[in-house]
Design a protein around this ligand. Structure first.
Ligand code: NAD
Length: 309
């Protein structure tokens, strides 16, 4: 496993990271024991960064992850969680200082740790930016001085939220999802600004939350019918070539030099083994070109929150 520096944080993250949202049964109902085995497999194979949120499975993912991390030495993993987005309800957001502080305490308790390495505001495009810049991010900065978190960041779908945030506030890193993968490379527009400011980039969802997997997207997936159809075409092309679509999708996303780490979610230890193996090789250039061609001109983004993509 390769490790890379995350901006100016001093952290060195494995190129492949573990996304714990599946531990909250967001893609399918999972077995807790298998979920816990998946976390241990990830750590055993050199993955040192795990991301979670109280939102995933309405706190279930954090609870299961806490069980998995019990007894694991704290220096074996870099842990991030989030605040601001909650519950099973799609619209449950609260970016107030009071809720962020309470949320962090609850997360630390579920995870069984004294501090997290990174705390993000979760999906800020759903928040009021006056509050985000004048209350929520100052609250994260205060928590950092108090020692409950080491580094701060924001997550979101529209890439413009990242350029806007770094103009207004000093953050350590961002977590982007579904914006640098075979179906969409919209993140490229903001990478130079993030690099210039030394803000570490963590990229999630190289399979576009399941579109670039044999199982395909779950029924809640926000992608257009056109994008889902293009995903099926891409899968068919890979099947014809005898290649697993997820292998190419993962290798393509990981290959960007500015992306420090790529988060993949799964609750299946065998998937972790495959992903770690796949992450060691480069993708086939000719196949990548053919796949990018399938997604060219397709309606490949979706609306998220109050901000333009
Ligand atoms: P993903 O692209 O990692 O896709 C997950 C899906 O891919 C699951 O269905 C999983 O079973 C499947 N998969 C994984 N490895 C596979 C393999 N080898 N073969 C076949 N299928 C495989 O999307 P994700 O889980 O949404 O993103 C990863 C993580 O990133 C999340 O768990 C979360 O921690 C983070 N994330 C954060 C945000 C945010 O902060 N707003 C948004 C999305 C994701």
């Amino acid at each position: 496993m390769e490790y890379q520096a995350l901006g100016n944080t001093g952290l060195k993250l494995s190129k492949l990271s573990y996304g714990a949202s599946p531990l909250g049964s967001v893609f399918r109902n999972i077995s807790e024991a298998e979920g816990i085995r998946t976390v241990h497999t990830a750590l055993d194979l050199g993955i040192n960064h795990i991301d979670v949120s109280p939102y995933y499975g309405a706190t279930v993912a954090e609870t299961v992850l806490g069980k998995a991390l019990k007894g694991v030495s704290r220096d074996k993993y870099i842990l991030s969680t989030k605040a601001g987005r909650y519950g099973a309800d799609f619209a449950d957001f609260d970016f107030s200082e009071k809720r962020i502080r309470q949320s962090l305490d609850e997360s630390l308790n579920r995870l069984g740790v004294d501090a997290v390495d990174i705390l993000y505001l979760h999906d800020i495009e759903f928040g009021d930016f006056n509050q985000i810049f004048n209350e929520s991010l100052p609250c994260l900065a205060a928590l950092k001085s108090e020692g409950k978190i080491e580094h701060i960041g924001v997550t979101g779908y529209p890439v413009k939220v990242f350029s806007e945030t770094i103009k207004q506030f000093d953050i350590d890193c961002i977590l982007t999802y579904c914006r640098y993968a075979l179906h969409d490379t919209g993140l490229s527009a903001v990478i130079p600004d993030l690099d210039t400011k030394g803000v570490g980039i963590i990229n999630a969802s190289p399979t576009a939350m399941g579109i670039l997997t044999q199982r395909g997207a779950a029924d809640w997936h926000p992608a257009s019918a056109e994008l889902q159809a293009a995903g099926k075409k891409a899968i068919a092309l890979c099947n014809e070539r005898g290649v697993d679509i997820t292998e190419v999708a993962l290798q393509y996303a990981i290959d960007h030099p500015s992306i420090v780490s790529t988060l993949v979610g799964t609750a299946n230890p065998l998937n972790i083994e495959k992903n770690v193996r796949w992450a060691e090789s480069k993708p086939d250039k000719e196949l990548v070109a053919a796949l990018l061609d399938i997604f060219a001109g397709v309606d490949n983004t979706w609306a998220s929150g109050h901000k333009a993509n």
